[in-house]
Design a protein around this ligand. Structure first.
Ligand SMILES: [Ca+2]
Ligand SMILES: [Ca+2]
Length: 254
């Protein structure tokens, strides 16, 4: 839904024709579209999305798989956000692994003891950036291929950014998302020291680069808007091994 407006007078056909000629017409003088923005974030939560995954062990058998349709659009920019609660102090725990048949590290967000982001097989490492203190944290990664610019946020704080990271690269659809393991081959090739051990909630992916302001808004609620490319509810039913579905989520905005 977009562009809800209300005026306190009756419009004539000509005026309505003018409104329909542009997505961004005049604002309503009684209620205007931007008034709805805050209310949107307070909207009630669909019950079926109010769950979290618990990965109780650091083993290769436990993961969540989601296949991305090859009819989905290819990705020239993205925002991936999620909430995690991890007390595991060991290295290389993997949050999000997207592999295509050509590249196992097509999009990888890994290592809550020293974050690493891989796109198209290239890597950036964020020394000293951790999220394994057994509290909930909101993890967001953005990238766009025009300048190759990327940003990494924890709880809305910018922890790393740069440019010229896989400039011009296109992430093709039709691959496999694995939560909780690093794919070293298409849909498999897991290593137990790279397994996720903790709780995960609200994984969403958008096919555009969000601004810091948008990420601040996401962080204000555990249940923000859903990803337009991959949404949290899509992951339900993809769990393997001893991954537990816990409901409701214990996510708490900090
Ligand atoms: Ca690996
Ligand atoms: Ca890999």
């Amino acid at each position: 839904m977009f562009g809800v407006n209300m005026w306190d007078y009756e419009m004539l056909g000509d005026e309505i024709a003018q409104l329909s000629s542009s997505c961004f017409g005049p604002d309503g003088n009684y209620l205007k579209w931007s008034d709805f923005k805050g209310a949107f974030f307070n909207s009630t939560v669909p019950h079926e999305d109010n769950f979290q995954f618990n990965f109780p062990n650091k083993v290769v058998d436990d993961y969540v798989r989601l296949d991305v349709s090859s009819s989905a659009s290819d990705v020239t920019a993205f925002t991936v956000c999620m909430w995690i609660k991890v007390g595991d102090q060991s290295d290389d725990g993997t949050l999000f692994s997207y592999a295509t048949e050509d590249q196992d590290n097509e999009l990888l967000i890994t290592d809550y003891s020293r974050f690493k982001i891989l796109i198209g097989g290239s890597k950036v490492t964020l020394d000293g950036v951790t999220a394994n203190d057994d509290e909930w944290h909101h993890i967001c990664t953005t990238w766009e291929n025009g300048e190759g610019s990327w940003h990494f946020y924890i709880d809305t704080e910018l922890k790393g950014s740069g440019s010229d990271f896989e400039t011009g690269h296109v992430i093709s659809s039709g691959g496999i998302v694995i939560l909780g393991q690093d794919q070293d081959e298409y849909g498999g090739g897991f290593e137990s020291d790279q397994s996720f051990n903790g709780k995960m909630f609200g994984v969403n992916m958008w096919d555009y680069e969000m601004s810091e302001d948008e990420i601040v808004q996401l962080f204000s609620r555990c249940f923000g808007p859903e990803g337009n490319y991959l949404k949290w509810g899509d992951f339900k039913g993809g769990e393997e091994g001893d991954v537990e579905v816990e409901a409701p989520t214990t996510c708490l905005p900090l």
